[in-house]
Design a binder for this molecule. Sequence first.
Ligand code: ADP
Length: 578
Amino acid sequence: MTKNKYIKYCIVGVLAVAVVIGIYTNKHNSQVDVEYTKFLTLVNEKQIEEVQIGNEAKLRFKRIGDDTKYITDNPRTEGLKEKLLLHEIKVSENTGSNMYMLQYFSSMLLFVGLFVFIFKSAKKHGGGSMMSLSAKPVEADTLTQNFSSIAGNIEAKEQVQDVIDFIKEPDKYVKMGARMPKGIILYGPPGTGKTLMAKAIAKEADVAFFSVSGSDFVQLYVGVGAGRVREIFAEARKHKKAVIFIDEIDAIGKKRSHNAANSNDEKDQTLNALLTEMSGFKDDEGIIIIAATNRLDMLDDALLRPGRFDRHIEVGYPDINAREQIIKLYLNNKPVADDVNSTDLAKQTVYFTGAMIENLLNEAAISAARNNIAVITKQDVQVAFYTVIAGKEKKDRSSITHLDRKITAFHEAGHALVTKLVAPDNSVTKVTIIPSTKGAGGFSMNIPKDKMYLTKKEILNQIKICLAGRAAEEIVFGMDNVTTGASNDIEKASEYIKSYIMKYGMDEELGLINLGIIMGQDRVDNQMILEKCSGKIKELYEDTKKIINENHSILSNLAESLLEKETLEESEIASFFQ
Ligand code: ADP
């Protein structure tokens, strides 16, 4: 069920409650409450025609020649009825209460009716589809995609190989005392092939594929989602071996709120049912749960613990090589003109996901067919480009401007250059301008040598490495054009310098003291520390800029190479320094 439908049902629910409240308010509004003494006066003045007495707190009465319904406090005294009769007033007992009950009953009926309507509709739209999914998995022989349907994603494929083997022969692993993951989480941006991977695993292992989306559970009523989870697992067990795929696991598995008011019973119950089912099946059963999410960092820790989803596999944006393979895969079954070059196309499709590439080539094929030509030409691909890009959301990575890429390339080249020059022992294993799923524009992987202590020089060099991205931006694009891309680097550099001054006793002027201990944590002279830290960082930033300026040509070569290839591996980076 979509979010819109969910909102629709909420509105109907609120309306139902409003109708019921309306009926009551209306009923009470049409009754005029008078004081008991006033009522007695009216009785004495013989202005009352009829009184209804029950056991309720209020009694109702009608005045002569007046249609208004009056109520007053019911004294519940024994002689009241006789007194009224002596004043020639008609007295009826419990009638009012019956009328009241009737109104109450009909309102309840309306409310229950609406509730049943909402429930049935929800089931039809949301639950029903899940019910059919849980009852009917896709059997392995009807699954069409296997490992050869996935291009690129090499690391992810490698990381699931043993899982496939385990599903096929769980005993082999159990005998070795190996504990296989019960659950795998595939994480990465939408369209990068997570669902495809899950299906391919089921196909390769030759088992049934159960599929459900976390968002389907969200709008169900308390207890229903948990029931569905148990149903799916029971069904999977009947198949003995199976892959259960839960897309959008974050919809039920977000970090739980410690604030009771924000907790969502249905989500929590569904999640608990899932965790219970997962701990319930034995290691040798050959059932694997694969979940997919765009945001691993949002998931509840309980989901990620050993024995649950303890293997986390990134399915990220494809790099240029992976894109070329995806392009070849999808061009393979299409008639293509010679002017369509998959290498060139891979260069043009920066930040495209597999799904977008598939879409692009499909649009190109449609364009060729529409023009009644025999093969897909370069022109068709160009037309498709605009269709695909224009039809996309702004936040999509493919709309990242050329300037943004250039800034990222120089920023990352700055980090790599300074690392290689000031810390040659560190290995720079990878530099990329492909954005990470955690939101960074690019990154350079800088692994310091494995050692127990950091020297003073190494800490200062580490700070220079942090500052090098911003320094390169300033040198190439000017002071006014530096970007927010350095915020993480600045955070790290600040942590280093704070410890350098306050903890490690490395500042020459202050000497070997821990400022917090000497002055008391709450009495540390903040102004003095601020001045020390910022002075030292400024000095190190100047040093960093000097290093980059002296090696400007290497910086440019690195950046250009990054713009062309997007990712540089260790040996490629090293070649710039020979
Ligand atoms: P996700 O689950 O990550 O959102 P999907 O698996 O649904 O992405 O991908 C949608 C489609 O995009 C797939 O069915 C496939 O056609 C295509 N696709 C995505 N990644 C790849 C890939 N690495 N290789 C081949 N096709 C891909």
